[in-house]
Ligand binder design. Structure first.
Ligand SMILES: [Cu+2]
Length: 236
């Protein structure tokens, strides 16, 4: 559903395979220890077997293996994912502001620049406090509960929150990022399949958390342009 989804799935698979191996291995060892050291076979504890260096080497081996997983696989993947923000040209840049209990999408409009927003301007009809008198804000498009994006183009979302910590989760696209008040956090993805996907808040954020849903609508470039044109026309 998104360009990076297969990589995330591969890592999830690896983590599960490793956990399964550990679970089976430790479970087997546990059963073996129960049988081997049962009371009828050996009444009193005998520390002789624990005095060698074997367990020390095993522990060093475990530390080295885990460090290798972290430094060799996890960190490079994380840096590759978080440092590769697509250039603004060619990408669709959208501000998404979370609030209890909905998602606000803010498109920069024809000028490609976001208008300023301020707290005193926030009202039921202007949930983002967008300054419509400012030349940059006049053509901006805001929409609640839905985010429209074109297919096969990188989407960069500047994520923030109006009230508490929320989390922007689109499970079908393997996207998840916390939305934190006072911070602008970028998150990006390239949708590869048209359709409507659930946006689910993935941090417990209050009584209405369960209904904090939104829709991500992935559509053709043409339909996306039509959507922007219709919204722009409605502003006049
Ligand atoms: Cu939430």
């Amino acid at each position: 559903m998104s360009a990076h989804a297969a990589d995330i799935d591969r890592v999830l698979w690896l983590v599960h395979a490793l956990m399964a191996a550990l679970f089976v291995g430790w479970g087997a060892y546990f059963v073996w220890a129960l049988v081997r050291f049962r009371a009828s076979r050996q009444r009193t504890a005998d520390p002789a077997g624990t005095q060698g260096r074997f367990s020390f080497y095993v522990e060093v081996g475990v530390v080295v293996a885990e460090a290798a997983l972290l430094v060799g696989i996890a960190l490079p993947l994380w840096f590759a994912r978080t440092s590769a923000q697509p250039a603004a040209e060619g990408a669709v840049v959208i501000r998404v502001v979370a609030e209890q209990f909905t998602w606000n999408a803010h498109y920069p409009g024809a000028d490609g620049q976001f208008g300023p927003a301020s707290l005193p301007l926030i009202s039921p009809t202007n949930p983002l406090g967008l300054d419509r008198r400012d030349p940059l804000g006049r053509d901006d498009i805001t929409i609640q509960g839905q985010i429209h994006v074109p297919i096969h183009r990188p989407v960069v979302i500047q994520l923030s929150s109006k009230d508490v910590i929320h989390s922007f989760g689109i499970h079908a696209l393997r996207v998840k990022q916390d939305a934190i008040p006072g911070l602008l956090t970028p998150v990006w993805f390239t949708p590869t399949m048209a359709g409507t996907y659930d946006i689910a808040c993935s941090q417990l954020c209050g009584m209405g958390h369960y209904r904090m849903r939104g829709q991500l609508i992935v559509e053709t470039e043409e339909t996306f342009r039509k959507f922007l044109a219709t919204e722009a026309a409605a502003l006049k």
